[in-house]
Design a protein. Structure first.
Length: 277
């Protein structure tokens, strides 16, 4: 059958995609993968200069396109503005990638209340807020792919979680790990609620990827971190981009409510074995 051909089963050409935190780090890796495979990508981040620079860079790559929609997602009014601006440009949204996030670390005794609130707001509450505001576009995308009363190519919500939401980390980033654990469950809740409408929701629990957010810990503990990973390396742009493209294509159309661990085996590492390598 033609639908099983590689060029069809993993095809994301012409899909409309919104990626939060898309100007750098994991978000930029994902945006690059979509653009290189022909998608129409909108990226958002708080800093307009960075957002515009990344959009220009990715448009030079092609064959897809990239557009900057800067927004400070900490603010609900900015979430609403972003959703309205996207709706003024597009009639559908095939893929929403909730990637924007913040981290804060300090000792338990000194952890400030405002920092806890900031991390939880961006990493969790605004994922819900933005998903809620773009639901009409996601529903429209699912409706267009409806065939014989079956959503053969549903709209996608892809949430970027973390292995720190699956285990207790060895550093004091309390709201970060808590927000990611909550995000994983929020994603499952959305999957159950929206699946019947042709919108599926999945999470990628990322391990170590070199980004600005992880730069300090990589600088301090880089060798020790990779030594604790069975594959003995950090994640590559192709790892996260390929996983997101898989979930966004026909190959991932029957996956709903999953948390995919993308960590090189960090969570299943056997310390006694690794110490012998």
């Amino acid at each position: 059958m033609s639908s099983f051909e590689i060029q069809n089963i993993f095809n994301v050409n012409q899909k409309v995609v919104l990626i939060t935190g898309g100007s750098r780090g994991i978000g930029k890796m994902i945006a690059t993968g979509f653009v290189k495979n022909g998608a129409k990508v909108y990226i958002t981040s708080r800093t307009a200069k960075d957002c515009n620079a990344t959009a220009y860079e990715l448009n030079e790559l092609g064959p897809g396109t990239c557009f900057a929609l800067p927004a400070d997602l900490q603010q609900l009014k900015e979430v609403e503005r972003l959703a309205n601006e996207l709706a003024s440009r597009e009639q559908v949204l095939h893929v929403l990638v909730n990637n924007a996030g913040a981290v804060w670390g300090t000792t338990l005794d000194e952890f400030p209340d405002w920092a806890f609130t900031k991390v939880m707001t961006l990493n969790l509450q605004r994922v819900f807020s933005l998903t809620q505001k773009v639901l009409p576009l996601l529903r429209a995308a699912a409706e267009k792919s409806k065939k014989d009363n079956i959503y053969s190519d549903p709209a996608r919500i892809i949430n970027i979680g973390s292995v720190e939401g699956l285990r207790v980390p060895n550093h004091e980033t309390y709201p970060y790990s808590a927000s990611k654990a909550a995000l994983h469950h929020l994603s499952r809740h959305l999957a159950g609620r929206l699946g019947p409408e042709g919108i599926i929701s999945n999470t990628i629990a990322c391990g170590l990827f070199p980004t600005k957010m992880t730069s300090s810990v990589v600088k301090q503990e880089g060798d020790a971190l990779t030594a604790a990973i069975p594959l003995q390396r950090a994640g590559l742009p192709e790892d996260i981009a390929g996983t997101v493209l898989f979930l966004s294509s026909n190959a991932g159309a029957y996956i709903n409510g999953a948390t995919i661990t993308l960590d090189g085996g960090m969570l299943v590492a056997m310390p006694s074995l690794l110490s012998k390598l």
